[in-house]
Design a protein around this ligand. Structure first.
Ligand code: 0X9
Ligand code: ZN
Length: 488
């Protein structure tokens, strides 16, 4: 072989090795613990091969369409430049100068205008209520979106004026005391920081090893990028026990969710002997990170990623399926998109994704007597019951409503946060393919989606000081649910 072809073969092999190695080397928990504090700080150097590519509008009439009239070429050029967010580099997504606005939706056409701006990639939607919607406005689009809103007399408040700054401040390193404690504990999980997947999984394995008579861990499947989907069970093994399934981390960027679910796990596992009978008479199943690939991606590359990381159509730039649109009850209905570039992409068919498939297969086949299914999301402070697919409620919705209201009341009495209770479609918006609807369709009576804090001040980027208060008040709410399950 000539030296050129040898060099090319060598380069191809080297590129293959580099690009096929996982972003994070995960070790078997318990064996050789990696150096402490694996929480990657937002400002840490990134080394990743992922690309961030967004669709780019190219036509002047796109802008005319948004503004509903012919606009001068000069202005449309500015807007097109703002929308040209294509990034071929491998850096962490930078939100410097991006803002989050709370937009009043008191007029009928506002949601239409927002969705047009969204389609043109000038903003994206975060959360909202019946009276307002939170939008992320990209820095180069600020002027033009302001112009559109002013022209249309749309009222808005700037809630976050530099999103990257909030991201940088969200998850600071642990102090020296905490680091020392971490070293002594046998696991690295705390509720003072948002932890990487390896810490969460290490914590689960630690509990199984430490309390083998009540705690066990099972890998129920693998994510698309081959990360474990780990379920932790807490049970005293009584055959009469009812069962409750709790998950978190469906949506990658909703970091408060895995933090809260692991807080519950810690409380029940570490204090099982002194727990209430309600808690002890239930078999608890926890899957704290349904979407581990997305979760790691939010730590490594894009803090605001929502979906999983499975490629859509081969060769196309957009990837990721919204796992909460991929479940098989009324799949593909309202509020779910067939466009792989959409944040609410439903996937190619029901249960097309390994994560949703593994979760549903486990619930169907575990043999546990599931009486409640709780799925923790953020944000907005809502306790939502089915149906989500459309404006309808199940026959026993009054039971769901009254238990939900008791949970909300206890949360408020414990920590002060106000949660609104109602059906998903009625209180938020219709969205088909959610795990809650599917769980209800399987006959699990007390099925809820709980949207944790806050109501929009920080949104997804909730500072770590909120973890303990949010988790604590929700633990009190969970106890109310446990009492109900026990009675049922
Ligand atoms: O849209 C969702 O998937 C959930 N909200 S979030 O902001 N966390 O994304 C709400 C899901 C409610 N349930 C159904 N629509 N089935
Ligand atoms: Zn969510």
């Amino acid at each position: 072989m000539g030296s050129w072809s040898e060099t090319i073969v060598f380069l191809l092999v080297a590129v293959y090795i580099v690009t096929s190695s996982p972003l994070i080397k995960e070790k078997e928990p318990g064996a050789d613990w990696p150096k402490r504090n694996s929480v990657k700080q937002p400002w840490a150097d990134q080394n990743t091969t992922d690309k961030v590519v967004e669709a780019t509008p190219t036509e002047k009439d796109v802008i005319d369409d948004i503004l509903g009239e012919e606009v001068p070429t000069e202005l449309s050029d500015i807007i097109l430049k703002a929308a040209d967010l294509t990034k071929n580099d491998v850096e962490k997504v930078d939100y410097t100068g991006a803002q989050v606005w709370k937009v009043a939706t008191n007029k009928t056409n506002i949601r239409v205008i927002i969705s047009r701006l969204h389609r043109r990639n000038l903003l994206s939607t975060w959360g909202g209520s019946q009276s307002s919607i939170d939008v992320l406005v990209k820095p180069n689009a600020l002027q033009n979106v302001t112009r559109v809103f002013k022209r249309e007399n749309i009222y808005f408040d700037v809630v976050i004026d530099d999103l990257q700054q909030r991201i940088n401040e969200e998850n600071p390193p642990l102090d020296q005391n905490e680091l020392e404690l971490q070293d002594r504990r046998g696991h690295r999980m705390t509720w003072k920081q948002y932890h990487r997947l390896i810490d969460i999984h290490g914590f689960m394995d630690y509990l199984a090893k430490t309390y083998p008579s009540i705690v066990s861990v099972k890998t129920i499947g693998k994510s698309f990028e081959k990360r474990d989907l780990k379920v932790l069970r807490i049970s005293d093994g009584k055959p009469t026990n009812k069962a409750v399934f709790i998950d978190g981390g469906f949506h990658a960027r909703e970091w408060i969710s895995p933090a809260t679910v692991t807080f519950f796990i810690n409380q029940f596992a570490e204090n099982f002997d002194v727990e209430s009978d309600d808690v002890k008479n239930i078999d608890w199943y926890f899957l704290p990170v349904v979407n581990p690939d997305g979760y790691e991606y939010t730590h490594n590359v894009d803090r605001l990623w929502r979906k999983n990381r499975r490629p859509g159509i081969p060769g196309r730039a957009c990837l990721g399926t919204d796992l909460n649109r991929n479940f098989g009850y009324r799949w593909g209905g309202k509020g779910a998109s067939n466009n792989p570039c959409s944040e609410i992409y439903r996937g190619s068919r029901a249960f097309s994704e390994p994560e949703s498939k593994a979760l549903s297969d486990f619930i169907k086949s575990s043999g546990a007597n599931f009486t409640a299914y709780l799925t923790y999301h953020s944000y907005g402070q809502y306790i939502l019951y089915p149906w989500g697919y459309d404006n309808a409620v199940p026959p026993d919705y009054q039971d769901l409503d009254s238990v939900g209201k008791n949970v909300a009341q206890t949360i408020q009495q414990t920590g002060g946060s106000e949660y609104s209770v109602g059906s998903s479609s009625g209180l938020l918006y219709p969205a088909a393919g959610g795990s809650d609807d599917w769980a209800k369709s399987q006959g699990i009576k007390y099925t809820y989606t709980i949207e944790l804090s806050d109501t929009g001040r920080f949104g997804f980027v909730l500072p770590t000081t909120y973890i303990e208060p949010v988790a604590r008040e929700n633990l009190a709410g969970l106890r109310v649910l446990a009492k109900q399950v026990h009675k049922t």
